[in-house]
Design a protein around this ligand. Structure first.
Ligand code: SF4
Length: 252
């Protein structure tokens, strides 16, 4: 059974969306299908607790229906594949980088090159498997020559990331590198000053509540490959994340 008040709330938002061309409270596009077709997506709005299967379905629909064919910014022109995300739809821990690189563009999977291998090791050091987490980027198409995404590209693509966060609702976000950290925290402060402590990432959840997620900025694995002496600081950041998640701490 669907929860009537919640369904009606989303319907009202969608009516406002259609009338004014805007949505004051963002509604993930995947929910539009659920509301437009009451028979679809059973469970998504039913209890306020979204099942893992529903989350996976919502992510799949968002990827398949919107991201793969997206041409909202110039990054679509040279991509081989869009790179949506990878991992557990019910993950408590979400890693967010700035954008796909060469290997990711070829394979359509985030963090699979050398930096991805280092990220896998960082996750293993936390006592987790890559598939226990969810990994994605701010922009879903590769910026040429691995440059940072431009401001207009970030603006065009972040609605997809916001929907991913709203669907997954992780306990902790780790922002990998300066561009992701600055974008998510809406600041110009450098990564060296942002890292080492938790920040609040504010967003509106699917129940129309203003909530926040603990966000830890840390160095991007690609930077750590170039500057291995900074690995200790990144490990310090990840241990703070482990503590917050209640994961067993490594013995000294
Ligand atoms: S980077 Fe994002 S907004 Fe730009 S074309 Fe790719 S999916 Fe669309």
């Amino acid at each position: 059974m669907q929860s009537k008040p919640q369904t009606q709330r989303v319907k009202r938002l969608l009516q406002a969306d259609r009338l004014f061309g805007i949505t004051s409270v963002p509604v993930p596009s995947v929910l539009r299908e659920v509301v437009d077709d009451g028979a679809k997506g059973a469970g998504v709005l039913s209890t306020g607790t979204v099942s893992v299967d529903s989350k996976r379905t919502q992510l799949d629909v968002l990827d398949r229906e919107q991201v793969r064919g997206c041409e909202k910014c110039r990054l679509c022109e040279k991509r081989t594949n869009t790179v949506f995300g990878d991992g557990d739809a019910n993950a408590r821990l979400m890693f967010i980088g700035e954008g796909p690189g060469f290997d990711e563009d070829r394979q359509g999977v985030p963090f699979v090159g050398r930096a991805g291998q280092l990220l896998n090791k960082m996750i293993a050091a936390m006592g987790l498997k890559r598939e226990d987490t969810y990994i994605c980027n701010i922009v879903k198409c590769r910026p040429p020559n691995n440059r940072d995404p431009a401001a207009d590209e970030v603006i065009a693509c972040t609605p997809y990331l916001h929907d991913q966060i709203r669907i997954i609702e992780p306990d902790v976000i780790v922002a990998l590198g300066a561009p992701a950290s600055k974008m998510l925290l809406d600041t110009q402060t450098g990564i060296g000053r942002l890292r080492g402590r938790f920040h609040d990432y504010h967003y509106t959840n699917l129940s129309d509540e203003a909530v926040s997620i603990s966000l830890m900025p840390t160095y991007h694995p690609a930077y750590l490959l170039r500057s291995p002496s900074e690995k200790k600081k990144a490990w310090d950041d990840l241990q703070m994340v482990m503590k917050l998640l209640g994961l067993p701490m490594p013995k000294r």
